[in-house]
Design a binder for this molecule. Structure first.
Ligand SMILES: CC(=O)N[C@H](C=O)[C@@H](O)[C@H](O)[C@H](O)COP(=O)(O)O
Length: 230
């Protein structure tokens, strides 16, 4: 798939992230695959998956859905943990992802290689790279390093930028201004349909929603919190 073919499929549309942390009741490949099928039925233009469960989720979801799959693996929760090495990036491709999501922050990587090395590893295998960044500078650097897609996934999750209450729309606006022709995906704390629409208004090509759609524990807690205890 070329970047423009991917853009044609997801442009102006919703991407759903189907992941669950270790210990979460839904941390189960079969459960997350059903979640992905339900998301596609609801109109998801692509699925982002892999995460803590790693490549088995990607294999299973790739076989079940007929939309592009953005794959990743997660190794821990500190520092660079989203597809942190070139080896992990190759494994995500082998699992069947069309696009590999990779941490593109400026922090040191566990394999001592650069983000550009991971980009090369994925491009050599004929797939696209989605650069998960936290700042404007990282987004610009990721595009220069060859990323096909820049995403705001890590905004607020590194010391570089405060964690906004809802989505970090100002980073979307700044990235769009700096990178007018780049595929730009808004991701991170988009918790309502209005947030998703605001992402596109801010200049995003597409928007990823995870927790607010695929985490029933989080959804239940938000309802429960609204009720006064006797
Ligand atoms: C920071 C980090 O590790 N983000 C992860 C990236 O894959 C996922 O845990 C998020 O759920 C995903 O980005 C979607 O975001 P939200 O769940 O806020 O809609």
């Amino acid at each position: 798939m070329t970047p423009s073919e991917f853009a044609a499929l997801v442009g102006g549309r919703l991407i759903v992230s189907c992941q669950a942390w270790d210990g979460h009741p839904l941390r189960d490949t079969a459960a997350l695959t059903r979640m992905a099928l339900a998301a596609v039925e609801g109109g998801a233009a692509a699925i982002r998956c892999g995460g803590v469960g790693g490549t088995p989720d990607i294999v299973s979801i790739r076989a079940a859905v007929d939309v592009p799959v953005i794959g990743l693996t997660k190794d821990g929760t500190e520092g660079v943990y989203i597809t942190p090495t070139a080896t992990a990036a190759r494994a995500v491709v082998e699992a069947g992802a069309d696009v590999v999501a990779i941490d593109a922050t400026d922090r040191p990587r566990p394999d001592g290689l650069s983000f550009a090395d991971s980009v090369r590893a994925v491009h050599d295998l004929g797939r696209l790279v989605m650069a998960d960044v936290a700042t404007l500078a990282e987004g610009v650097a990721a595009a220069e390093a060859g990323a096909d897609i820049v995403a705001t996934t890590l905004a607020g999750y590194t010391p570089a930028r405060p964690k906004t209450d809802g989505p970090d729309l100002s980073l979307v606006r700044d990235l769009r201004e700096a990178l007018p022709a780049t595929l730009l995906i808004a991701e991170g704390r988009y918790h309502s349909p209005a947030h998703a629409a605001a992402a596109l208004e801010a200049g995003a090509t597409s928007v990823v929603v995870g927790t607010a759609i695929t985490d029933p524990a989080w959804i239940t807690a938000s309802f429960a919190a609204a009720l006064p205890r006797p």
